[in-house]
Design a protein around this ligand. Structure first.
Ligand code: BGC
Length: 784
């Protein structure tokens, strides 16, 4: 009956689908009721142990394997296919109606919900909000704001009939060229962990789950499904696992997604130490682990390691589990343990609880949230002579750069959201009451229309791994630019970059400006400056780009990131001064790509192909098949500050339209906890928010340490001119520890520590010392 109902649903209109879905739910309940009466244990009515005990081996295997590939339930019916539950969601778990186990729906992540916006035969649309990319959210340094965004995302997960958001992504931004950096937060594990924890709390406050991913060390896209990340234990613990540890301990995500890659020769999905000893025994994770959307691996090793769910699911994995249990290669106890975790997960889900989702989340309210959250993530990098906000004299803007007319809301791949619209900068400025100089607008709009048509054909063939092409920058001559300078009050140029899953970014024309972009910037600044008019550059990018060689040219630079679907409005609010920028860099902008410590050990200009992972020859290619994390813990500011190496913009940096004074920091200790209080005063003319960053410098001990490491941060409320706020920053003695590989322990050395409180890692305003009398040693569980 279940099967017949499903077939019927496929061919009807949505109204009828909803009706049938209710019938389905009723039928499902009827089946449950009948089965209850026939004494078959039912999930939710009987204990999890009783349900496990009633399951056949085949049913257990089905539950551990996702149902994206059509699989059958205990009654032999085809159920649970993604297509049928929520079109476009990434996957579903398998239903076993005999035992009252419904299918659940997992959806990407992380910048919003990713489902198909339209459905055949249905006039309703299912658009989701395109929120700012993760990097932009981390740039807010505002944990409670991120929690609100998580709430809005979680609400869309719930109201569109899904159970888990496949996010946040929280791999470290080890190298600027990683194609998925936009989905990740920072080069710093503490900032990553705290922002991720807030996101998880927000999402899960809606009664749906989050999935922190990709666990772990998935720091490059090139050959991501096989790449072996060769990392020291210290770097692994302090850098690549630390953020996950914080998110697990602070927010208990419902699920963790194990990554594609190897770490030190073992697939993360097959590593018991990572998925069980570290994640569960050491950190206390209570939820379910699912694999990233992998093809077949060693199923026995995956199940044993603690991958409770294999996604997206293949029939052969089910057979594999059954056969290996029968042959004794896979312990039934491992299977039962994972099945129990799956059932405990399912019990929490809206699908299990029979939540009647509306398919109409409040997209208008969420658009407001995305607009305002992007405004806090935008970073003012340069603002000579108070170029920004625009003065009252600015009315007519010469808007250059094809991206100004084609704003990028977010990255590509599974992190892309099917949003209803994107507000580009041209529209944002017009909405804010500005006029766009008409000739420049016409030229770009015509060019864009031409390019859209041309690229559409090409992009259809490029696919996931290569990602879509975008129009290249347009060459404009001096005469044309000169006339624009006469007819407008200021020039704004946007440079855009996009990247995504499956491949990494390139140096030329991507990390660096292309020759045409450089030429445009040079000509526009020369000509506008000669006409006594200013030039502002907007960076609409998903990751770090080179700035050192050209930043002296424009008067102001605004790093807008990929600010979500309301991006043009958010940026216009800042340019106009409706909002005072308060974002700060969650990573370092280097002077040169090759200053980045990981640059020697990162693929450059390798063009990924979808079947590369099957090419055995590539496994032995450095930076492709394997990557040596030779830099160890020395990533980002840990390296630049310690080596005193010049950077273009330091970690934690961002300007404001106002200025802030920091009082002398005061430190209080209570047991193992420290609280540092500092009074922040708005000493400028306009209202604004300030990010307060607390770094700790450790005494000389057995291990070499960075000159300082971020241990706490906070953001003030909006302070009016002259207003103050006392900010309290907290950390524990255990937070000061480094990982001693030889002792297999976290060690906080005894000695004198310095607390550095400031506005960026290079702008410390107050320093205070304290001492630790006895070393603190915390041994971690060992498996070797
Ligand atoms: C990505 C994951 C994503 C999954 C489901 C994979 O290719 O790596 O981040 O959640 O697909 O779409």
């Amino acid at each position: 009956m279940y099967l017949n109902n499903h077939k019927a649903i496929k061919n009807k209109t949505m109204k009828r689908k909803i009706l049938l879905l209710s019938v389905l739910t009723v039928s499902f309940c009827q089946i449950q009721a009948q089965q209850k009466s026939s004494n078959v244990p039912q999930l939710g009515k009987n204990t999890v142990d009783e349900v496990v005990a009633a399951m056949t081996l085949e049913e257990k295997a089905q539950l551990l394997v996702g149902a994206t590939m059509e699989s059958f339930d205990g009654n032999g019916s085809v159920v649970g296919s993604t297509k049928k539950l929520v079109p476009g969601a990434a996957g579903t778990t398998t239903a076993i109606s005999r035992l009252g186990i419904p299918a659940t729906v997992l959806t990407d992540g992380p910048a919003g919900v990713r489902i198909l916006p339209t459905r055949p035969g249905d006039s309703k649309t299912y658009y989701c909000t395109g929120f700012p990319i993760a990097t932009c959210l981390a740039s807010t340094w505002n944990a409670s704001l991120v929690q609100q965004i998580g709430k809005a995302m979680g609400n869309e997960v719930l109201e569109y009939g899904c159970d888990v958001l496949l996010g946040p992504g929280m791999n470290l931004q080890r190298n600027p060229l990683c194609g998925r950096n936009f989905e990740y937060y920072s080069e710093d594990p503490y900032l990553t962990g705290k922002i991720a924890a807030s996101m998880v709390e927000g999402v899960q406050s809606q009664g749906v789950g989050a999935s922190i991913k990709h666990f772990a060390a998935n720091n490059q896209e090139t050959l991501r499904t096989v790449n072996d990340a060769r990392i020291s234990q210290r770097a692994l613990r302090e850098i690549y696992l630390k953020g996950f540890e914080i998110a697990v301990e602070d927010a208990q995500p419902w699920t963790v997604m194990s990554s594609y890659n190897h770490i030190n020769g073992v697939y993360t999905q097959e590593e018991h130490k990572l998925l069980t000893t570290i994640l569960r025994s050491d950190w206390g994770f209570k939820g379910m682990v699912m694999t990233d959307w992998t093809g077949t691996r060693n199923t026995v090793a995956q199940v044993h390691a603690g991958n409770d769910l294999m996604m997206p699911g293949k029939a052969e994995q089910i057979k594999d589990i059954v056969a290996n249990v029968k042959s004794g290669k896979l312990a039934m106890a491992d299977v039962d343990r994972n099945v129990k975790r799956m059932l405990e997960f399912i019990l929490r889900t809206p699908h299990f609880k029979g939540y009647q989702y509306s398919n109409t989340p409040d997209l208008k309210a969420h658009a407001e949230i995305t607009r305002h959250s992007a405004e806090e993530g935008v970073i003012l990098l340069k603002n000579d002579d108070e170029t920004l906000p625009f003065t009252k004299d600015v009315k007519n803007i010469a808007l250059f750069g094809v991206t100004s007319y084609d704003f990028i809301a977010g990255g590509t791949g599974s992190g892309d959201v099917n949003k209803a619209y994107v507000v580009d900068l041209k529209d944002g400025l017009q909405n804010a009451g500005y006029t766009i100089e008409s000739k420049v607008k016409t030229v770009y709009e015509k060019y864009k229309a031409y390019e859209d048509e041309r690229l559409d054909e090409i992009n259809k063939m490029r696919g996931w791994y290569l990602g879509p092409l975008r129009p290249e920058e347009l060459s404009l001559d001096d005469t044309f630019i000169g006339l624009r300078a006469k007819k407008s009050d200021i020039a704004v140029i946007t440079f855009g970059r996009n990247s995504g899953e499956g491949s990494d970014r390139h140096l030329a024309g991507d990390f660096e400006l292309s020759q045409t972009e450089r030429d445009l910037l040079t000509r526009v600044t020369r000509i506008f400056h000669a006409a006594n008019k200013k030039v502002v550059v907007i960076l609409n990018v998903g990751g770090v780009i080179e700035t050192a060689s050209w930043k002296y040219l424009p008067d102001a630079i605004l790093l807008a990131w990929q600010p979500g679907q309301e991006g043009g409005n958010s940026v216009a609010d800042i340019l106009k001064g409706v909002v005072n920028p308060s974002g700060k860099l969650p990573m370092t902008f280097p002077m040169d790509y090759f200053d980045v410590p990981s640059s020697r050990n990162f693929p450059i200009d390798f063009v990924s192909h979808w079947n590369d992972e099957e090419n055995p020859l590539l496994k032995d290619v450095k930076n492709v098949g394997y990557t040596n994390y030779e830099e160890g813990i020395w990533i980002g500011y840990r390296y630049f500050s310690t080596k005193n190496k010049e950077v273009s913009y330091p970690f934690g940096f961002g300007l404001s339209y106002t200025t802030f004074g920091f009082s002398k920091a005061e430190l209080k200790r209570s047991g193992d906890h420290y609280i540092v209080a500092v009074k922040i005063t708005n000493t400028g003319k306009v209202a604004g928010k300030e990010v307060v960053e607390l770094y700790v410098a450790a005494p000389k001990g057995k291990l070499e340490k960075p000159v300082c490491e971020l241990k706490a941060f906070a953001k003030t409320r909006l302070l009016k001119s002259g207003e103050s706020e006392v900010v309290n920053l907290k950390f524990d003695i255990a937070d000061l520890a480094s990982f001693d590989e030889l002792e297999n322990s976290w060690v906080t050395d005894a000695g004198t520590y310095k607390v550095l409180v400031g506005a960026s890692v290079s702008d410390i305003r107050s320093t205070i010392s304290f001492s630790v009398d006895k070393p603190l040693i915390h041994k971690v569980s060992s498996e070797d």
